[in-house]
Design a protein around this ligand. Structure first.
Ligand code: SF4
Length: 70
């Protein structure tokens, strides 16, 4: 059965712009003078990289939500 929940990453305040998330998942994260999650990305296609980036964020500010898509 297909998973009807979509993975949505976000970044809480407190990022120290270390660049780790962009290094791990450049398709999803962009770090300049601040970090951001890119729009118009099929996040589920990069779920493993996103989870790794979240796990390795040194200040633990990357959040992963599952949203229902109907
Ligand atoms: S890994 Fe965490 S601290 Fe580093 S740039 Fe990404 S969100 Fe910011």
């Amino acid at each position: 059965m297909e998973d009807s929940k979509k993975l949505i990453p976000s970044i809480d305040p407190g990022c120290i712009t270390c660049g780790s998330c962009e290094f791990i998942a450049p398709e999803v994260f962009e770090v300049t003078d601040r970090s951001r999650v890119k729009n118009d990305v099929n996040y589920d296609a990069y779920a493993d990289k996103i989870k790794e980036a979240a796990a390795k964020c040194p200040v633990n500010v990357i959040r992963l939500k599952k949203m229902d898509v109907r």
